[in-house]
Design a binder for this molecule. Structure first.
Ligand code: AMP
Length: 214
């Protein structure tokens, strides 16, 4: 199964992509996680992109395309979470897949309004060690502010601050909506109401994807 996951910042796309990846045993490729790891490990790319991520801007298409192409070449099924985010990235992806005789099966759009996103994002926390995402209202860790997986203290991502979230939403509308339109024209898009509770979104996703028989 080859899936793309779309959604504005705070839609819960990363959380849902991870659940689907586990359920269907598909590798989960999150470009946001890859970039945050590069920043954490101070790699060459990490040093280049750290400030861009903090501002909530987009990393250049060239960097993103190179990063993703290398990864996809080795995979027969995948969930791409956070890529493509611009039309040039979508065009690059389509060409790259074509040259590998591969094709996207579905693009999942988890749709949420800007106000809902702003409301919920202030309660998002993440484990700085393993990247697991929590929400202190709707997806609490077992122990307050502590990661269930490895016991590290949870933090708020710099790009989860309200001003940054609003900027990121605008960046999403301007750059990524045209990409979603592109996949809609090809009848690939499945839209899910991301304002529902996390478990309900997951249930609906499992239903839809389970019925695809890919
Ligand atoms: P995410 O976790 O998907 O929200 O990504 C976090 C940040 O990483 C974004 O705000 C961008 O700065 C950067 N990023 C992730 N994926 C891409 C992409 N496909 N193109 C450009 N920037 C990206």
């Amino acid at each position: 199964m080859k899936l793309l996951f779309f959604g504005p910042p705070g839609a819960g796309k990363g959380t849902q992509a991870k659940m689907v990846a586990e359920k269907f045993n598909i590798p989960h490729i999150s470009t946001g996680d890859m970039l945050r790891n590069s920043v954490k490990n101070k790699t060459e790319i990490g040093l280049k992109v750290a400030e861009i991520l903090e501002r909530g801007d987009l990393v250049s298409d060239d960097i993103m395309n190179a990063l993703v192409k290398e990864t996809l070449a080795e995979l027969d099924s995948f969930i791409l979470d956070g890529y493509p985010r611009t039309l040039p990235q979508a065009e690059f992806l389509e060409e790259a897949l074509k040259s590998m005789n591969k094709n996207i099966d579905k693009a999942v759009l988890i749709d949420v309004s800007e106000e809902e996103v702003v409301k919920r994002i202030s309660s998002r926390r993440v484990c700085p060690e393993c990247g697991k995402v929590y929400n202190i209202i709707s997806l609490k860790p077992i122990k307050d502010n502590i990661c269930d997986v490895d016991g590290h203290e949870l933090v708020q991502r710099t790009d989860d601050k309200e001003e940054v979230v609003r900027d990121r939403y605008q960046v999403y509308l301007k750059n990524t909506e045209p990409v979603i339109e592109f996949y809609k024209k090809n009848n690939k898009v499945v839209t899910i109401d991301g304002a529902m509770d996390v478990p309900d979104v997951t249930k609906e996703l499992f239903n839809i994807l389970g019925n695809l028989s890919l």
